[in-house]
Design a protein around this ligand. Structure first.
Ligand code: NIG
Ligand code: FE
Length: 424
């Protein structure tokens, strides 16, 4: 595939996010996002960043060079492509009727225990064809790209048995091959205990049947799976089952990235730290000790402000985590419960509801989210040698992307992945 040599020049601000190749930004680093005033970015034929910095320096450095494509970004701002560290985007059957139930006062677990929630989506996803699921996934991923997401984590987990979980993972694989957006695939067969099985039976099925089959398909190149996930929650998978499943996944080379301490304190943070987890999501109910353990183990916290917002939960304690030195990332948690494709909206909610600053929210949606997906060497900041993924904002300061909420289509002028313009 031919990729154009692309020069984005004279942007009012170029936000590098990361300086000096730091792997991720914690509290201190986040206060000082590196911003170049009047900057340019050059992306090579290989889709990687060749130069980034003050426009006059880049102009003299590449004087006389012929570029296939030049974008004049005067009056606009450039940020790294956004990274969404947590989504459930493969499913059939929406849950708009449950939104009405929740607005009328039903809790998430009341809906789940009455056979709705994840169980409703599982029934529809099991009976959908692969084509139907792929069509749905592609249109959701296109909406995400349109909102500036260039790398996204995508979970399975609405099958809860081998055939449907494999079907979902194949659909994620097909999307990876048919769309420019980067994908990190997560096996989440332990998203709920399937109807008719005990937690012990479900755990046994995952460890002895599903994971070995997935391992074979990864080895033969049929599937690419990056992470393993479990919903560690009271009434779903307890700590022992979670440990057993995560360990089995880790033994086959998957990164541990799981749901923990969401509705009840479960000691998930301690477990994640013990197992060397790369990321734990939610954490609304994490304890102080859990926060300390995560900071020490460099296990990142993937915070999901849409979930707390829609379920009217107390939001996760982002400030306490940042103060303790935890690597804080953000995700949309896109799923039939929290129907949000937009990381700009997520950053806005993180600032208003979780008291993050705008630079913290941007770092959490770029370099730290890339860290949570084990991609911080290649994604999440504008540095020479990293992938040329950019969002160009039609505003005089980058903060407009967080400040303005709703209607980001007007604000996002270009989305670029590996040097290719995917939206304008
Ligand atoms: O992250 N908490 C568990 N999983 C999802 C919800 C999935 C669903 O309700 O379909 C979450 O919010
Ligand atoms: Fe989730």
């Amino acid at each position: 595939m031919h990729i154009d040599l692309l020069l984005v020049k004279n942007a009012t601000q170029v936000v590098l996010v990361c300086r000096n190749g730091e792997e991720y930004l914690t509290r201190d680093g986040m206060q000082t996002l590196a911003v170049v005033e009047n900057g340019s970015v050059l992306i090579g034929h290989d889709g990687l960043i060749k130069a980034v910095g003050p426009a006059d320096i880049i102009e003299s450095q590449f004087k006389g060079a012929k570029f296939d494509n030049v974008l004049d970004a005067s009056g606009m701002c450039v940020i790294p492509g956004l990274v969404d560290a947590h989504t459930h985007p493969v499913w059939a059957g929406d849950r708009v009727h449950e939104f009405a139930m929740k607005l009328a006062g039903a809790t998430y677990m009341e809906v789940h225990e009455a056979g709705g929630g994840i169980h409703f989506t599982v029934a529809h996803t099991r009976s959908a064809t692969e084509r139907q699921l792929l069509d749905g996934l592609q249109s959701r991923l296109e909406r995400m790209m349109r909102a500036g997401t260039t790398l996204v984590e995508c979970k399975s987990g609405y099958g809860l048995e081998l055939d449907t979980e494999l079907k979902m993972l194949r659909v994620i694989n097909s999307a990876r091959n048919s769309l420019p957006i980067g994908i990190s695939a997560t096996y989440c067969g332990a998203h709920a205990v399937p109807k008719g099985k005990t937690m012990e039976e479900a755990t046994q099925d995952i460890v002895a049947v599903q994971l070995p089959k997935i391992k074979t398909q990864i080895a033969s190149g049929e599937l690419q799976v990056d992470n393993i996930d479990v919903f560690c929650e009271k009434g779903v998978f307890d700590l022992n089952s979670t440990r057993c499943i995560l360990k089995a996944g880790k033994d086959m080379g998957l990164n541990i990235n799981f749901h923990g301490d969401e509705l009840h304190p479960m000691n998930s943070a301690h477990l994640g730290a013990e197992l060397g987890a790369l990321a734990i999501s939610h954490l609304e109910e994490v304890t102080d000790d859990g926060i300390t353990a995560m900071a020490k183990a460099k296990t990142s916290a993937v915070l999901l402000p849409t979930t707390a917002y829609i379920l009217r939960l107390s939001p996760p304690r982002a400030r306490d985590m940042l103060d303790a030195g935890v690597i804080v990332a953000l995700g949309s948690d896109f799923n039939p419960n929290a129907y949000c494709c937009s990381m700009p909206m997520v950053m806005h909610l993180a600032c208003v509801l979780m008291k993050m600053s705008m630079p913290e929210a941007l770092a959490a949606s770029t370099i730290n989210a890339a860290y949570a997906l084990n991609r911080s060497q290649t994604h999440g900041s504008l540095e020479i040698g990293k992938q040329g993924d950019l969002v160009i904002i039609n505003a005089p300061r980058w903060e407009h992307l967080v400040y303005q909420f709703g209607g980001h289509q007007e604000l996002i002028r270009y989305v670029i992945i590996k040097g290719e313009i995917v939206y304008e």
